[in-house]
Design a binder for this molecule. Structure first.
Ligand SMILES: [Zn+2]
Length: 690
């Protein structure tokens, strides 16, 4: 149970609580409703509960209520376990499957989740508490392809286990690249160990009791593969992200022959990705887009800019083809896109005639009708090249009238990116730029500008029919997408009892005859900020509360002897109300604080006084404003002997005791001076400090 999670314990209707002694208000001040202390506290609890609900979408394993099931170090059970530590919810994000048998385990994929919308959070990764418990069994990570939702967790997770990463040449290149690009400090002794596997020759490698093989599939990044794991119980196939493009541009067709062979030998369980199982029919061929690029290049009056996902190398190839066809030059912007292209060219996935590419810096010196710029920013991301160009913040390029911008992508679902894209399109059209989007390609009288890298229903069904698995488990998708996938499997002849819609952490237990759920292991989301540091969910909850309700701090300086205030109460507010516009409220608030000090300060312990003060301020502010900001009371007690809780510490400012002993009066004077300085510093920070 999470101690911070108090939404299940509302203390309503507790008369003892409501009538306990404390700071009492003499009357209402007239600006707000008269609300009972209980109502104010309940309102605050609701606010906290709301913040919890927002932050609790992403909890780590220790914050969840399920009891962690410890794995036995020696497990003689003949059962195969398949566990999704990520990827079994959301849009198939932070994908991560554990395959475990007796004393061996491997992990397939290790992604991150870029769709986490919490303040200050960059992305989420899977909680690997469970992997810690089977650390000795881990033989390696096998990666299906180089998209971040399949590799983005590796720089955080892999160093803890220090086992090799298996993948195709291109995928391993991407893995090496993100370790470099993330630039995170690695623990002593960690060395990235990679094993490049040839997906064309059906190379098989032994990892513990398992044999691993990669099989080529078509997707939207080169080097995409399915992973075949032969276990003592039977064969497991993880499809990775795939589609069946009969005419892919790079001639990297899904290896149907090998899939058919594997199926003939028998497949125990098919784990098939579920990204777009609600889309009918078949996904059109990627090559259907090339003509659209050629057509736009034919008509465009000036320069052409094309935004796409940075790893979509097939798309780059088509743009190069179309540009060469029209005698144009291609410049590229976006660091990740350029490094991926270099790797794709090196490995023969993209072919660029000499002299086609020019540096982005040289665009200004070319004639407008010669320029094609390929860049990131198809999602309207604030820092992307396209957005910076449209804001006039790009070093080399600014948009002007008669430029053409093509969005060769659609908004990633579940991210809210569609709104960002819309703002950007508004901005471009205002500038007189011609805009082409896939969504409006028919009204704009042009061919398609984007096709998905994922299968549609007919292809998902075909994969199942081809593999003829005994058991079917949809993966990499939310419950709904997986449910549609199961319906397709049943249509394809798989008995319903041989399918499972499992969630993250569910243990799928298999032998040759039976598949069932066998409890849960710890699972959850670890949140990572812009620097790559892990952020506690407690911190995130506070941020949500701050964002929703703001913060009020009251600073009271009280004479220990007389119990009276030495200065007028200081009130500091952030994100709550603009205090200069609320003078009446603030004056009333100060009067209440004075009353609170005179009523209670001398009668109770300092800690108790602070707690009462916090309740009291919460109550007052809720009554006056119907809002519940975070309240931080600061009570400085000056005079008398040093207080443990107060700020009265005799020191020379370096944390060391001053050499000459001081009288209590001298100490009190020094404290007053220091406090006045601190207050001045605070006041100088912002005009809103009252
Ligand atoms: Zn993918």
């Amino acid at each position: 149970m999470n101690p911070n999670n108090n939404q299940n314990s509302p203390q309503r209707g507790n008369p003892a609580r409501n009538s306990r002694p404390g700071i009492k208000r003499s009357s209402t001040t007239g600006t707000g409703r008269n609300v009972s202390r209980g109502a104010a506290i309940r309102a605050q609890k609701r606010t906290v509960a709301d913040a919890n609900r927002i932050a609790n979408q992403y909890l780590d394993a220790s914050s969840k209520t399920e009891k962690p099931r410890r794995a036995n170090v020696i497990d003689d059970s003949p059962r195969l376990k398949i566990i999704g530590l990520g990827g079994m919810d959301g849009g198939g994000s932070k994908n991560m499957m554990v395959i475990e048998y007796a004393n061996d385990a491997i992990v397939i994929d290790c992604g991150n989740d870029l769709g986490v919308d919490l303040p200050g959070i960059n992305y989420g990764i899977s909680d690997t508490t469970y992997l810690d418990t089977i650390k000795n069994k881990l033989r390696g990570f096998v990666i299906t392809h180089g998209h971040l939702d399949h590799i983005g967790g590796l720089p955080h997770i892999l160093p803890k286990y220090n086992v090799p990463v298996y993948g195709s040449r291109f995928t391993i290149g991407r893995v090496e690249e993100i370790f470099e690009n993330f630039g995170m400090p690695m623990p002593d002794g960690f060395e990235l160990k990679t094993v490049v596997m040839n997906e064309t020759t059906h190379e098989r490698l032994k990892a513990g009791e398992f044999f691993i093989e990669l099989v080529r599939v078509t997707h939207s990044i080169p080097g995409s593969t399915a992973v075949v794991i032969d276990t003592p119980v039977g064969r497991v196939v993880d499809t990775g992200d795939f589609r069946f493009d009969p005419n892919p541009l790079d001639h990297e067709k899904t290896d149907m022959d090998r899939f058919n062979e594997l199926a003939r030998e028998g497949v125990l369980a098919l784990l098939s990705e579920s990204t777009t199982t609600e889309r009918p029919g078949r996904t059109p061929s990627e090559s259907s887009i090339e003509q659209s690029f050629k057509d736009i290049m034919q008509q465009a009056p000036g320069r052409i800019f094309i935004g796409l996902f940075s790893t979509n190398m097939n798309r780059v190839q088509m743009i190069v083809n179309a540009a060469v066809h029209h005698g144009k030059k291609v410049a590229m912007d976006g660091r990740s896109m350029i490094s991926t292209l270099e790797m794709a060219v090196r490995n023969g996935y993209v072919k660029v005639p000499k002299g086609t590419f020019v540096p982005i810096a040289s665009v200004a010196s070319l004639k407008d009708d010669q320029v094609v710029v390929v860049s990131t920013g198809c999602q309207g991301e604030p820092n992307s090249a396209l957005v910076r160009m449209s804001m006039g913040e790009h070093k080399h390029v600014q948009f002007k009238e008669q430029d053409t911008v093509i969005f060769s992508a659609t908004a990633i679902p579940y991210t809210g990116n569609d709104a960002l894209i819309r703002v950007m399109v508004d901005d471009l059209l205002r500038k007189g730029v011609h805009v082409y989007r896939h969504e409006t390609h028919e009204v704009d009288n042009i061919g398609p500008l984007h096709v998905s890298g994922h299968a549609s229903q007919d292809e998902y069904r075909e994969m199942i029919t081809m593999m003829k698995p005994k058991f079917f488990v949809p993966i990499y998708g939310d419950y709904t997408a997986k449910k549609y996938h199961i319906d397709l499997a049943i249509e394809a002849g798989i008995p319903r009892v041989n399918t499972l819609n499992a969630e993250n952490g569910d243990v799928i237990s298999l032998n040759r005859d039976k598949m069932e759920l066998a409890g849960q292991v710890p699972h959850g989301t670890i949140l990572v900020d812009q620097t790559g540091a892990i952020v506690s969910s407690v911190v995130v909850k506070d941020r949500v509360l701050l964002a929703e309700e703001g913060l009020v701090s009251v600073v009271l300086t009280i004479d220990k002897k007389t119990g009276s205030l030495l200065t007028s109460p200081d009130i500091i507010s952030r994100g709550f109300i603009y205090m200069k516009d609320s003078e009446e409220l603030m004056n009333a608030f100060r009067d209440e604080l004075r009353r609170a000090v005179s009523q209670r300060f001398k009668r109770v312990e300092l800690d108790r006084f602070k707690a009462e003060l916090k309740d009291y301020v919460t109550h007052f502010l809720y009554e006056q404003t119907q809002r519940s900001p975070i309240v931080i009371p600061v009570v400085n007690v000056v005079g008398g002997r040093p207080e443990k809780q107060g700020t009265v510490i005799a020191s020379n400012g370096n944390g060391q005791a001053a050499s000459a002993p001081k009288t209590p009066e001298e100490i009190a004077l020094e404290q007053q001076r220091r406090f006045a300085q601190m207050r001045q510093r605070l006041l100088n920070q912002d005009a809103r400090v009252d």
